[in-house]
Design a protein around this ligand. Structure first.
Ligand code: GDG
Length: 487
């Protein structure tokens, strides 16, 4: 594939992880399984129709893999060794950028060694993409781990059309300014032609940082970036860079399809039965991450039980906390904190026949997640800061019965679209408690009215529409790779 002299891919997607998981059987047989994610689903048809390739880390350390094809997608593996994973991924990406970009909910660490690793690894990804992109190809770079790649790519391959999408928030200037490498990151991102964000506010924060740090002129979503090497603010030749919101979504139809399967509906009934058929089943589904506000949710629920406004006889909370970033110390501390809280609440309020919180530190197959969404009367999304939050949209997509209540943090990007949810400020524990009680007691008519409007929103903007609108902005409609539907 890449052994041919001429790079041939006209669409190249670059992300930290390839959308596959590696599996080696006892007899040494190697298999790759496509890891189901919205991004793969959205881009798969496009990748096939427009001769696309995906560049990323295959999830195994210290191993070289030749480019290969899986499920019709060409995959180009980038090698990461253990030190890269520690410094670039767990260190700079997840212990510096992640907390900084999520409003410093946890304190970010600033280490020069991990920054050096970030630069080094970004260069490797850029080189891999540059090596496989055809002349004039479109390259779409994803997320905070790879913010330097757009500039590196532009320098190596000025012929390319380069897009970048940030899946997490972009913080207000007062927070972003803490980053010792704030100028290098902005410079890296400004190598792209289009920089996509989840929310209007994220794009605004980015544009403001560009103005404050570089003084480049901006008009709405357009930033004029000087092309010369002259001093900042110098007028002369410039490139037009677009910084705009493109709220990501899910493959709504595939979630509804699963929800309509009789076996999954039977499983949903079974879940309720196994929990003792509570009057109200509440659900939380999150990666075990401090941005998700799991602690705030537990506090509100615990106080409601203590106040007697809710009773374990009537209400059970199922909390799925999927294991995440388990080698980063903040995540280890969070796990202890959450599990202590769950243990205390269950100790204080559960009875022999009724458990207050059914807590699961597991990952489940998607079918099981859909059954849980179907079973849940109330979905709790209490993120303290979240780029979008796909769980909120998945819950809505699954509820073809037009029932169920979504309690949604206004600090999740999804709140910009899902205005018929019960919106909460999770820092306001009393407000959150009132919202939970309101959700539990909401009359059927109001539930239906709200869910109908939420479902319309999610159906209107699914992940295919999202990727199409990003790529249209990137290619200006002229050089749209084959396979992108029109509006
Ligand atoms: C980042 C941004 C943005 C969770 N547990 C299981 C499981 N999941 C799936 C959910 C959902 C996905 O993982 C989580 O997506 P979120 O959007 O909720 O959050 P992040 O992982 O933080 O994602 C976020 C997103 O990127 C996309 O741009 O929305 O703001 O932080 O799809 O269903 N899936 C399965 N088993 C589990 O146990 N199968």
């Amino acid at each position: 594939m890449t052994s041919s002299a001429e790079p041939t891919y006209t669409l190249v997607v670059v992300s930290n992880r390839l959308p596959v998981d590696y599996d080696e059987a006892a007899d040494g047989a190697v298999t790759w399984r496509t890891s189901p994610g919205g991004l793969v689903t959205a881009l798969e048809p496009l990748m096939r129709s427009s001769h696309g390739a995906w560049v990323g880390w295959p999830g195994v350390a210290d191993r070289d893999f030749e480019p290969f094809e899986n499920d019709g997608i060409s995959l180009v593996p980038v090698r990461l060794n253990e030190t890269d994973i520690e410094d670039y991924y767990e260190g700079f990406s997840n212990d510096t950028l992640w907390p900084l970009y999520h409003d410093v909910i946890a304190p970010p660490s600033f280490h020069r060694e991990t920054w050096d690793a970030y630069v080094r690894v970004n260069r490797r990804f850029a080189a891999a993409a540059a090596a496989v992109a055809a002349p004039g190809a479109t390259v779409w770079v994803h997320d905070y781990q790879l913010q330097l790649v757009p500039r590196m790519l532009r320098e190596a391959r000025p012929d390319l059309v380069i897009g970048f999408f940030n899946h997490i928030p972009f913080p207000p200037y007062g927070i972003y300014a803490q980053l010792p490498w704030r100028k290098q990151i902005l410079h890296g991102l400004l190598g792209a032609d289009v920089i996509g964000f989840q929310r209007v506010a994220d794009a605004g924060n980015f544009t403001q940082a560009v103005r404050r740090l570089f003084g480049y002129p901006t008009r709405g979503v357009v930033i004029d970036v000087p092309t010369g090497d002259g001093p900042i603010g110098q007028t002369g030749d410039s490139r037009r860079v677009i910084a705009k919101h493109f709220p990501i979504s899910i493959d709504a139809a595939s979630y509804e399809e699963l929800a309509r399967r009789p076996d999954i509906q039977a499983r949903a009934r079974q879940i309720r039965e196994d929990l003792g058929n509570p009057k109200t089943l509440m659900l939380g589904v999150d990666r075990l991450d401090y941005t998700k506000g799991i602690g705030h949710r537990l506090k509100a629920f615990g106080e409601l039980l203590a106040d007697g406004r809710l009773s374990v006889e009537d209400v059970t909370l199922v909390q799925v906390a999927s294991p995440s970033r388990e080698r980063v110390s903040t995540y280890m501390a969070l796990r202890d904190e959450i599990e202590l809280a769950v243990g205390r609440l269950n100790g204080d309020f559960s009875t022999i026949s009724h458990t207050a919180i059914s807590y699961h530190h597991h990952s489940y197959p998607r079918e099981e997640m859909v059954a849980m969404y179907l079973a849940a009367d109330v979905m709790l999304v209490t993120a303290l800061r979240d780029g979008m939050n796909l769980v909120a949209k998945e819950y809505v997509a699954v509820r073809f019965d037009v029932d169920g209540v979504l309690v949604l943090s206004e600090f999740a990007g999804a709140a910009d679209e899902l205005k018929q949810a019960i919106l909460i400020n999770p820092h306001d524990i009393d407000g959150t408690k009132d919202a939970i009680v309101r959700a539990v007691e909401m009359p059927k008519r109001e539930r239906t009215r709200r869910m109908r409007s939420l479902r319309r929103k999610v159906a209107e903007n699914d992940v295919a529409a999202w990727s199409a609108s990003f790529l249209r902005a990137l290619t200006g409609g002229a050089a749209v790779p084959a396979g992108i539907p029109d509006d």
